[in-house]
Ligand binder design. Structure first.
Ligand code: GDP
Length: 460
């Protein structure tokens, strides 16, 4: 498979940096009720994609694959969480900031029938600070008599307003034709880099110590890396030297820029987390040892697993937990129990106990990252893999189901990053049996720090 050959060729030479083309990213921004969902649906060409905006309700999906005139792009709906009146300014500003950092171009949607509001003008200030293309969409222009209302939006200073009716489809084709003229063929933000410094996403809920860790790492051992040939100069990322090796920490802008949102903070944090994971190869999820492991921690780990990136768990603030004090001892006991209960599904992830504040044991982070990436990159030759499968199935055959016994005919590792295996079988394998194979693969190869995927193709 061609993509994989490119990866292999590139990683042979550690200094070579190549970029695999990634789809350009178009982000949609606008206050509630201007019709963002309707526009997303119209662009995707299917009605059921996105539900109506409901204040306080979070939509699960934010990224969609879209296509116009045979060009494909990623559409990011930053408005997946709609605040009520109190939080509008802050929430729409957060959308705009995220869009500016993470998209190639921004669609800013205004309700032409209402005209520009104070919130719109607030967002315009943010959008005018970016060099990225911003396209002003005047929505709810349902017929030609309403076009003058759209024209009045020239006053926003974002250039030509594009009058559309997202609900009826009017003007959307012209808008998309225009979008394609400003959207790069290949994304400048989402491009997949091969070779060069490895890319790390530092994740965790607010106050776990992300920025402290970043400051520690950058403060002590920062190098200004001008001359790494071809290095991305994406201003939202940062290059930091740890243990003699340069790493790219992605979306450090998102860590440094604190969002003061009374509402919707979780949604915007997830949006950032997902976007950072897109760019990263390995995630360090920080967990605060002084507090019980929370649903939010587990949710962040879930996002890492969904993204297929490598994973390191860093338990932070150990300086507050390592004395002989009774309370600290008790907390340590609870923590162990919580890890067993809540993190059993990622028992394969390397764990490091650190203190971002004192700098203690930060040096353990690098071997953990290296181990996780090594696992993530692992390739098992097909011959070896099939020998292993033969051994496993001899030792532990699949149980007979309805008089039949599904057999594994052949297996292969279809890709790495993360290791993904395909089993060709004569029938459907029980989930338990697939878990058995996954477990044995881990026992034999470790794969510490990497998710592994075992898929199945039933041959009739
Ligand atoms: P972020 O929201 O994840 O970026 O968290 P910050 O880095 O801003 O840290 C939140 C608070 O926790 C700050 O008051 C930090 O000083 C404190 N903090 C961070 N790491 C540690 C640590 O290792 N030990 C202790 N005692 N405090 C920490």
């Amino acid at each position: 498979d061609e993509d994989l050959d490119i990866l292999d060729a590139a990683t042979d030479d550690p200094d070579a940096i190549q970029y695999l083309p990634a789809l350009p990213v178009l982000a949609i921004v606008g206050r509630p009720n201007v019709g963002k969902s309707a526009l997303v649906n119209r662009i995707l060409g299917r009605r059921e994609a996105v539900v109506q905006d409901t204040p306080g309700v979070t939509r699960d999906r934010v990224n969609y694959k879209a296509e116009w005139n045979e060009r494909r792009f990623t559409l990011v709906d930053t408005g997946g969480w709609e605040p009520d009146a109190k939080g509008i300014h802050a929430a729409v500003a957060a959308q705009a900031e995220i869009a500016i950092d993470l998209a190639d171009a921004v669609l800013f949607v205004v309700d032409a029938m209402v005209g520009p509001t104070a919130t719109d003008e607030h967002v315009v200030k943010l959008l005018r600070s970016t060099k990225k293309p911003v396209i002003l969409v005047a929505n709810k222009v349902d017929d030609i008599r309403q076009e003058p209302e759209a024209a009045s939006l020239w006053s926003l200073g974002l250039g030509q307003p594009w009058p559309v009716s997202a609900v009826h489809g009017r003007g959307v084709a012209d808008l998309l034709d225009h979008v394609l003229t400003v959207l790069p063929e290949v994304s400048a933000v989402a491009k997949e880099q091969v070779g060069g410094p490895r890319r790390v996403a530092l994740l965790g809920r607010p106050n776990v110590g992300k920025s402290s860790l970043l400051n520690r790492a950058a403060g002590e051992e920062r190098v200004v890396v001008h001359d790494l040939a071809g290095t991305t100069r994406d201003p939202v990322d940062e290059q930091i030297e740890l243990a003699g090796r340069v790493w790219t920490f992605v979306d450090t802008a998102g860590i440094r820029r604190r969002m003061n949102l009374a509402q919707g903070a979780d949604f915007y944090a997830s949006l950032r987390t997902s976007a950072a994971l897109e760019k990263a190869e390995v995630a360090v999820v920080l967990i605060d040892v002084t507090e019980p492991i929370s649903e939010q921690d587990v949710r962040i780990i879930e996002l890492v697993l969904e993204s297929g990136r490598a994973l390191v768990l860093a338990f932070n603030k150990w300086d507050l937990l390592d004395s002989d004090d009774g309370l600290e001892r008790e907390r340590r006991r609870y923590l162990e129990r919580e890890i067993e209960q809540d993190l059993a599904h990622v028992a394969w992830a390397p764990r490091v106990n650190i203190s971002a504040k004192t700098g203690r044991h930060l040096e353990k982070l690098v071997p953990a990252l290296e181990l996780a990436l090594q696992s993530w990159d692992t390739r098992i030759p097909t011959g070896k893999f099939n020998a292993l499968l033969a051994e496993l199935t001899a030792e532990h055959p699949h149980p007979v189901r309805g008089g039949k016994q599904p057999r594994i005919l052949f297996g292969t590792q279809a890709s790495s990053r993360p290791p993904t295996f395909v089993l060709f079988t004569t029938g459907f394998l029980d989930p338990q049996y697939r878990r058995f194979i996954t477990r044995r693969l881990r026992e034999l190869y470790g794969f510490e720090g990497s998710p592994i995927i075992v898929n199945m193709r039933v041959r009739e």
